[in-house]
Design a protein around this ligand. Sequence first.
Ligand SMILES: *Cc1c(COP(=O)(O)O)cnc(C)c1O
Length: 743
Amino acid sequence: MFNRVIQKPGLYDIIRQVDGKLSIGRFQNLPDMSVNSSICPTAAFLGPHADNHNILTELANEVLASIVDFRTGIWEGPSLYEDKEHKQSVQDLKHRFKGLLAYLEEHSTPFSSLRYLAHMTGDQLLPALAAYYAGMIYNSNNVTIQASTATTLLEMLTMRDLCDMVGFTRRPMFFDETSGIPDHMADPWAHITSDGSIANIEAVWSARESKLLPFAALEALTHNPDLKKAANLKVLTCDQRKVKLVDAEPWELWNLTRDERLLIPFHIAKLLGLKMEDTYQIWEILTHYDINAKGWQGFSQYFYDHQWPIVLIPSTAHYSWPKSVAVMGLGTGNAQNVMVDEIGRMNLSELRHKLDHALRNKQPILMTVSVFGSTEESAVDPLKGIISLRDEYRLKGLDFDIHVDAAWGGYFISTIRKEFKMEEVPNSMEGVNSLSCHSPFLDDTRQVLLNDYVVDQAKEICQADSITIDPHKMGYVQYPAGTILYKNGDVINLTTFTGTYIGSATDPTVGLFGLEGSRPGAAAAAVYFTHACLRPDYKGYGEVITRSLYNAKQFYAELLFIGHQDQFKTALLMPFDPSNYELVRDKILRKGLDEIRQDEEAMPVFRKLGPDQNIIDYGFNPIHHGVLNNKVDIYNQFTKKVYDKLRIKYDEEGRSQKNTQNQPELMLSMTTFMKKDYGDEFMKSFANQLGLTDTPIPDELNCLRSTIMSPFTSDIKELQHRGSYWPTLMTALADNVAMLVNA
Ligand SMILES: *Cc1c(COP(=O)(O)O)cnc(C)c1O
């Protein structure tokens, strides 16, 4: 019916160079990503006015020519028969298709427009579109290599590439002097998921399975006579003591580090005298005792006073986190909020408080989530601080996994990534050990637009146990394309369920591990080809993303100087240092990126300007007859009005106003911050910015939200227009807001 364990070849062993060419397993002549340079941003997108449509047409025609070749080039056989009925049907098909296209044209949201300053969706990359179309028509299913002989390999290549982007390369192994056992066994592993939510659910699943693995081993050692010889198995507690697993306190077992937990099957194999490569037999035995097999009730005796494991998330976390915890059977109440500071970053003293509470009550912590680019604010959590807190609490006997949710912001890492090619990453362990002193990131980041704090957190992401990165967010790839990355790839032994017909996995495979079954090989083709055209380093993706960040910062600066300031007060969630007012006006506002970069005074200020990434949150508080509004309700209603004016609506007949006289001049999105989630500090700071000062801290505050994804808004001379588009957009915004104040 189903199998749980397969012997899997690792990403790093299986991808190699043979005679200067890339190969995976026995598959040779793979396309590689060793390109010398990335394509430039203006050639990378279809463009706001479909500027590059000729290129897309050409690429799409080539896809069709290729599929015709492919289908006619294999076997001979009868052709379809074109009779009268066939001809009529073709007419019908074309007619109905026109109907679908007309519908899509009327009702779709114009994400690629420079006037779209709203949700986290923008133009898509041309290479992604073309490669997805190709992969889609070739129609492979990346669940098993038997059905996806081409695209499985592309997924493996690209996932190793993504691991390399974040710095998840092979880790050097450290061996225990007496036992000769290494500190970890497996290399990183990654695969594509349909989205970030699935990746996050899988992250909680793998954390749950690995957290309970020591108890599964304990049950197996106690009940399975085949494992008798391993009864003396010792494990290393997180505060560095060796204890016998069968005699350990449950609290000690709850707090083994992830590497230590995942070594247990190897320890057992060694004690039984098995060869290293036969460790999978032990994994197989343990699958009969683990939480996948037994459910939570199988482990109730190991809880202290009904203290269920919790997951700690910042209050800015995406709603997929409570969902993940719900799916894992923990209950949403066990996804516990850690409050954020006034700019939306996790508050470390709140985290410390939660850790102390867990330690006192012997409440296990499955994982702490650190967000790299929150969905509402693009805020970056202090990962470096979270890691040092974990080091500190390990010495007190408390351990937890760390997951980085970089669904939105993962690709920002490319802006600090040195150039790299696939073949430069060593396969041999000697190569790895010599690499360990080499940083994958730029040494000098003074020209990088991310601020120093964000750069510091980005460099630490490779310390996490798992990471979510969505190519379909800041990777500008169309849906669906999420990914999950694991530092210790052995964890996927715990999340594998496969049908017997799927076949053995001595061949390369990616589709068996995780939540999904059938998966589009097209997504792998799209992400692969995009990485081949735009390398995930500072010159490829980094260049596109830098331009988007430059535009986000320009929008932030524009908001400081927006017109009609006598009619409303503008508040920015990310506060501004007023002493820089003149410098921003004279040396940053509407200045070119190169000019700012060359200005030694402006550049450090520009780097710090605005939020951590490219989502700008702001509000307008009306001034009536010279008096600033001081009522929270009035502000909230006003913000709702602004939002309603500046989004696509439908008229009385249900027609989209996009195509009528009333189309909005630009589009924004709106969000609402709640005190119960965000805490006092955050709410108070934003209320102050708005000038809502002598009221109690509001329970709710509406906020306008603009995700700036376009690399072109400030500088579109290569496309149809010349110069910056911000003046047009800002005049429209200011006029609309002022009009509503006076309405
Ligand atoms: C978008 C997002 C998710 C969820 O990803 P989907 O691909 O939309 O499922 C999770 N976390 C963060 C921070 C996000 O921005």
